[in-house]
Design a protein. Structure first.
Lengths: 146, 297
């Protein structure tokens, strides 16, 4: 009786040491996953904040320019050519169309590209060099820097 | 007269010296060179100047009549006369396009077009001289309207090419703009009423297009065929239905007609279709070749 229980307990010992490796692996994975969830969410929040700030700053800049231009037009309706007035109106429509509350809307990059183009064209006609630090250039491949 | 049957030979008439750096481009002034009006030629160079040469009626040799300098701060890459010959537009690596007018004996810079972010590569006037197009390394194509008093107003900034745009050319009779680029494609731009320009066709590799940078394009006299040349060592001929183009409604799609390969073994940088139907190509293999269409096309 004692002899027959020995192989069983020997097998149990082997089993648990085999399981030990598996258990450790599983434990490590779960720990890593849990840590990753937390740090990933934190990083995501940081990226979201940064991107949101950049987009907001650029849109705000355009809003400001359009407001100044519209004020000028109100003071003197002939200060700009009809083409410029039309372009400013088109730019304003684009700005209003930008889906601020829905960042996952696919049209965000298209609307932003169109806005930048319209802005460049208006600046060219008005012969002004309006820029701010974060203004991306198409030749740089879109590196926004602060 | 079948051009193919004649034997043509290019004979060098004169070497014009004066520029201090490579000459990038030349342009004949319209309405000169016949009926007693001496031929006039403009050349632009890496020495930041543009020179205007005139042929002497008596000796037949060309002399430098004017040097347009102290305006561009970098290489002048290309120049183009307006259809009336009154204005000369020059595109420079300094990101500006200057417009010059012949005043008395000299040329005066009457306008500077700014807007491109970097090197401007090419300029083209439309057939009526009311529009000017520019393109550059910033991948964009700009269209400007010519207003009274030599004023220029930007009509549109066109993005679409994914690389450096090498050349822009207006169609010889319609206000349709063509551009070719380092991205291997040729794009066709048309207006949808009221300054709304957009790309109506792209001729890419999939449409039997070029497999490398397209450097230049040129139209035949009637405007229903176009020749393009490329770094892929070929010249391609494209055609479109003339009547559809002229009717203005609906797009007149351009189709590949044939490819001329095996004639140059280096990049073909330049191509031009003469009024008489001869296509001339210039390549990095130091050769200029002349092509003519035989009866079968």
């Amino acid at each position: 009786m004692a002899a027959s229980s020995e192989p069983n307990s020997r097998e149990d010992i082997f089993d648990s040491s085999l399981n030990l490796e598996e258990t450790h692996l599983k434990e490590g994975y779960n720990e890593g996953y849990a840590d990753g969830l937390v740090s990933g969410e934190e990083e995501g929040r940081q990226v979201g904040l940064k991107t949101g700030f950049e987009v907001g700053e650029e849109l705000g800049f355009y809003r400001g320019c359009i407001d100044v231009w519209n004020s000028a037009i109100r003071v003197d309706s002939n200060c700009f050519s009809s083409r410029v007035v039309r372009s400013i109106k088109q730019m304003e429509e684009l700005l209003n169309k930008y889906p601020i509350s829905n960042p996952e809307d696919e049209s965000v990059s298209d609307v932003m590209d169109s806005l930048r183009l319209k802005f460049r064209a208006i600046c060219a006609i008005l012969n002004v060099k309006l820029e701010y630090n974060g203004y991306p250039k198409s030749s740089d491949g879109g590196n926004i820097q602060f | 007269m079948s051009l193919v049957d004649e034997s043509f030979e290019l004979k060098e008439l004169q070497v014009l010296e004066g520029h201090a750096d490579r000459v990038w481009s030349v342009a004949w002034k319209p309405a000169t060179g016949f009926d007693g009006v001496p031929a006039v030629l403009a050349s632009c160079s890496g020495d930041k100047t543009v020179r205007v040469w005139e042929q002497s009626p008596s000796s037949g040799s060309f002399q430098c009549k004017a040097v347009l300098e102290e305006t561009h701060t970098r290489t002048v890459r290309s120049c183009a006369w307006s259809p009336s010959g009154k204005l000369l537009a020059t595109a420079s690596f300094d990101a500006t396009t200057a417009v010059w007018e012949h005043v008395g004996d000299d040329y005066e810079c009457v306008s500077t077009l700014e807007g491109h972010e970097n090197e401007v590569k090419s300029i083209s006037w439309n057939a009526s001289g009311s529009l000017l197009a520019t393109c550059g390394r910033d991948k964009s194509v700009w269209i400007w309207e010519v207003l009274p008093g030599n004023e220029f107003e930007c009509v549109s900034v066109l993005q679409g090419h994914t690389q450096d745009v090498k050349m822009v050319q207006w169609h010889p009779n319609m206000d349709i703009l063509f551009s070719c680029s380092y991205d291997n494609t040729i794009k066709v731009w048309a207006e949808d009423g009221d300054d709304d320009w957009h790309c109506v066709q792209t001729l890419a590799e999939a449409n039997n297009g070029h497999t490398s940078t397209v450097w230049a394009l040129s139209f035949n006299a009637t405007g229903d065929k176009m020749a393009t040349c490329s770094d892929d060592l070929t010249l391609k001929i494209w055609g479109s239905d003339l009547l559809t183009i002229q009717s203005g409604n609906g797009s007149a799609p351009w189709k590949h007609i044939c490819t001329l390969s095996g004639y140059h073994d280096r990049t073909i940088f330049s191509v031009h279709w003469s009024r008489e139907g001869i296509i001339a190509s210039g390549a990095a293999d130091d050769a200029i070749r002349l092509f003519a269409e035989d009866g079968d096309g």
